[in-house]
Design a protein around this ligand. Structure first.
Ligand SMILES: [Mg+2]
Length: 426
């Protein structure tokens, strides 16, 4: 019996699957979800993958294919995906006392204390629960390290004979060998596109080859990270399960604009809007920011136009989570770095030097009554926006028309986060 048992649960084609929950007609059809501003494919259904659409492929490259095969393309609906992700993670949290949310659609669960259970059955329970409660398909990979759990998940996803759950520890040594010899070394977590060719040149082509490779040779040829990966494939845990949703060290809110903008007024609206989004995340994790940074740039790919990029960090004498103070500082910074005559493509707001709100110390100059008023104002704004839909109440500096907003020609509705956009059943 291994010392540890780790499961990795991952939603299949997450963004596409979220769209399918609310639009079952998409089942069995080739569907892609496009990145911000409808730039390139960030999620593909299996049917779209089969047509040869690559991850990250620019939309204009497969537009023709779209018409020929009736591929359905969605603009990304991050409000929907984030909300569905929260639901997935809170259901998964009930299956183990230790959870590490690894990305928007995957998490690790420590199942070490469940060794008396049939873990393949346990994995099937997880799959059924997520399918039944949320309508999303997931695969479960189980192994004695995080790297092996990732590998098992890959096997569960690629090979239908596992029926969505692969417990590596449940396979005989002969079966394990057979499978590891089938899996290319580039599929292993952490190997990356750069290391794979170098490994191939050293005649290390499969997961099996890597498992039996010389630790000292590979440490010298690569780094200690490679050594850790090899140890992990051999069942020796080197990568710890991290704390559940560690509070973020910085919060970034940055987007490309739907159109290039030159005027300061539109930029002010955008920066104000990004600040409010970042501030909301800040308050949700109960932190205060010690500094806000504003960034601004033109497109780096426009050869004929002059390039300009700049950023400015504004520190606070006392960390704050107050939207009014954060916005004032961000807008002040923007005006400092703004230069007339450029066509700007992107702006961003970064909150840093985060501290826990309850550990905050009052400084000599702060006035408790003002702080109290600001806190009340922020609380009420959050409450109204949570109930009535985000953006219902906002600072006037965010503007009304938001002509700079992202291009999202074919976005689905915010089914789960906005009362105005609930699913209508006829
Ligand atoms: Mg996934």
């Amino acid at each position: 019996m291994p010392d540890r048992t780790i499961a990795l649960i991952d939603v299949n084609n997450f963004y596409v699957s979220c769209e399918r929950v609310f639009n079952p007609k998409l089942e069995g059809e080739p569907v892609v979800v496009l990145s911000n501003n409808d730039g390139c494919a960030v999620a593909r259904s299996n049917e779209a993958k089969a047509l040869g659409i690559k991850m990250g492929q620019p939309w204009f490259q497969f537009k023709d294919l779209t018409q020929k095969h009736e591929i359905i393309a969605y603009s990304s609906n991050y409000a929907l995906y984030a909300d569905m992700s929260n639901r997935v993670m809170s259901i998964l949290a009930t299956f183990s006392p230790d959870q590490e949310v690894y990305s928007i659609d995957e998490c690790f669960l420590d199942l070490t204390s469940f060794h008396n259970l049939n873990l393949t059955c346990y994995g099937q329970n997880i799959r059924q629960r997520i399918k039944q409660w949320l309508g999303l398909p997931v695969c479960v990979g189980i192994g004695s390290t995080k790297t092996l759990a990732k590998l098992a998940n890959y096997m569960a996803k690629k090979h239908p004979e596992f029926n969505g759950v692969c417990d590596l520890n449940g396979l005989s040594p002969q079966q394990q060998e057979k499978w590891l010899k089938k899996i290319g070394v580039e599929e292993i977590w952490g190997i990356g596109r750069r290391a794979a060719p170098k490994l191939h040149a050293m005649k290390i082509r499969t997961a099996w080859d890597l498992k039996h490779a010389s630790l000292s040779t590979l440490r010298r040829a690569f780094s200690v990270v490679m050594e850790k990966i090899i140890r992990e494939i051999n069942g020796v845990p080197c990568i710890e399960l991290e704390e559940i949703r560690p509070p973020k060290k910085q919060i970034v809110s940055s987007r490309s604009f739907g159109i290039k903008i030159s005027d300061l007024a539109s930029l002010e609206e955008a920066v104000s809007f990004y600040t409010s989004r970042a501030a909301k995340k800040l308050r949700r994790q109960q932190s205060c920011a010690g500094a806000v940074r504003v960034t601004l740039r033109t497109s780096p790919f426009q050869e004929k136009e002059a390039y300009y990029a700049n950023g400015l960090t504004i520190p606070f004498s006392k960390p704050t989570d107050d939207i009014v103070l954060l916005t004032k500082a961000a807008l002040w910074g923007l005006r400092e770095i703004y230069r007339r005559g450029y066509k700007y493509q992107k702006a961003g707001v970064i909150l840093s030097e985060l501290v826990s709100a309850d550990k905050l110390q009052h400084d000599l100059f702060s006035r408790a009554s003002i702080d109290h008023k600001a806190r009340k104002l922020n609380e009420v704004m959050d409450q109204i926006n949570d109930r009535m839909g985000s953006g219902t109440i906002r600072l006037a500096s965010q503007g009304i028309q938001q002509s700079w907003a992202m291009r999202q020609a074919n976005k689905s509705r915010n089914y789960t986060t906005d009362w105005q956009e609930l699913l209508v059943v006829n």
